[in-house]
Design a protein around this ligand. Structure first.
Ligand SMILES: [Zn+2]
Length: 144
């Protein structure tokens, strides 16, 4: 009997460890959740941002085209690169300290909630550096 009780206590202890807290399931490939109208609140995302320009250091083999992945001519003050599974081309994002930018480009390292901000020269892009945890939202969304 003593063994049975010990066993029961052990099982209960194990179960309490095995039950993780329920987490909200967010599928980044579910296109529905990235449409602003699908929300009844203002969606915001924490992103990490880096800077880039059109030079070979930043763009490697793609630099010779001088075009974004969506075919536009990249423009400082307008163009950003993002993961288009999350932020499709032409998505307008309002980025704190940076302003409103349009997703026109992609990048091999730009996955999930990483954003690359386009600058006209390499030095400015380097000075921009790596900025963590910027709380972005879609443009023309009212802050609730
Ligand atoms: Zn560069």
């Amino acid at each position: 009997m003593k063994h049975v009780v010990t066993f029961a206590v052990a099982i209960m202890a194990l179960q309490s460890f095995e039950k993780p807290l329920p987490k909200p399931h967010i599928d980044p490939h579910d296109s529905k959740i990235f449409q602003p109208e699908a929300f009844d609140y203002t969606p915001r995302f924490f992103i990490h941002a880096t800077g880039y320009c059109s030079c070979p250091v930043c763009c490697g083999k793609w630099a010779k085209y001088q075009r974004t992945a969506s075919g536009t001519i990249p423009e400082a003050g307008v163009t950003i690169a993002a993961d288009k599974n999350i932020f499709p081309f032409k998505t307008c994002l309002d980025i704190p300290k940076i302003g409103e930018r349009i997703v026109e480009d992609t990048g091999s390292a730009i996955r999930m909630f990483r954003i690359d901000v386009f600058f006209s020269d390499h030095q400015t892009a380097v000075v921009f550096g790596f900025q963590r945890d910027l709380l972005v939202r879609f443009c023309d969304e009212e802050i609730l």
